[in-house]
Design a protein around this ligand. Structure first.
Ligand SMILES: C[S@@+](CC[C@H](N)C(=O)[O-])C[C@H]1O[C@@H](n2cnc3c(N)ncnc32)[C@H](O)[C@@H]1O
Length: 250
């Protein structure tokens, strides 16, 4: 059985399945999407080292470990990695390396990993840093290595931003989802507009495809992801997240 999320700095969890981060970078979702499941499946059977970037408390990393992967788990917040290490099954800890680091520039070896998951992290970065991060992911993967990305779109909790996003897309802007003081676009009453992350950059499949192709990847798929478990405030429209699977050419 997994250990609880035990740390003196841990914010109180107010919604089942949503584990708050300790650095105001949203929540780790305990329900995995199909892109994370594909990463877990592949990394457990490929026989090649795996990498997760922005792992939080390691919901996907621990599942990959249990599935047979040898994995490096990376996050900008050391306290998240401390909780992850505690929660990892003791018998599998020798297959787990943790590394604190912040995208876009993390000190990781080139041509090393067979698979890489970065789930719901890129939308915290300005566009130029998204491009730089994905270019670095290309360097960290071995030839033939598989990239799995997931990001927030404007069609989930940030839906008050949809008109601005769609107008910017129509105007051909490169990063239509960049927004400062993002909390003002949440559809909740009484929100503190000065709270939350200072910037968000909502993404759709088109932006994921472009950044991956410009970095040199061959894109296999990019799609919207339905997250019926996201709440509040109730059912959204089936495009809450987007995901991409791509390969570094041999
Ligand atoms: C919203 S949580 C996502 C957690 C998990 N991957 C998931 O999909 O549920 C974002 C995580 O990414 C980390 N993070 C945010 N920006 C980062 C950056 N620039 N570099 C590395 N980690 C980052 C945060 O510390 C946090 O643990």
């Amino acid at each position: 059985m997994n250990q609880p999320y035990d740390h003196p700095d841990m914010p109180k969890q107010w919604m089942e399945g949503m584990v708050p981060t300790m650095n105001d970078k949203g929540y780790m979702f305990e329900v995995l999407d199909h892109i994370a499941e594909e990463f877990i499946e592949y990394s457990g059977s490929s026989g090649k080292p795996a990498l997760e970037v922005g792992c939080a408390y390691g919901i996907a990393t621990i599942a990959a470990l249990k599935n047979g992967a040898e994995i490096t788990a990376c996050d900008m917040e050391q306290r998240h990695l401390d909780v992850l290490r505690e929660r990892a099954p003791a018998s599998l800890r020798d297959k787990l390396t943790t590394r604190v680091g912040k995208l876009p520039d993390i000190d990781l070896p080139e041509n090393t990993f067979g698979s890489l998951l970065c789930s719901r992290v890129l939308h915290f970065l300005y566009g130029r840093d998204v491009d730089q991060s994905v270019a670095n992911m290309f360097r960290w993967l071995q030839p033939g290595g598989r990239l799995f990305l997931v990001a927030d779109t404007p069609y989930g909790i940030w839906r008050n931003f949809i008109p601005i996003f769609e107008e910017r897309v129509a105007n051909g802007e490169r990063w239509p989802g960049e927004m400062e003081k993002p909390v003002r676009y949440l559809p909740f009453e009484g929100r503190n507009e000065d709270g939350g992350p200072p910037v968000m950059n909502l993404l759709c499949p088109d932006q994921l495809i472009r950044t991956a192709e410009e970095a040199g990847f061959m894109v296999e798929r990019a799609e919207f992801i339905d997250r019926p478990d996201f709440r509040p405030p109730g059912r959204m429209d089936g495009r809450e997240n987007c995901g991409l699977v791509a390969v570094k050419p041999v």
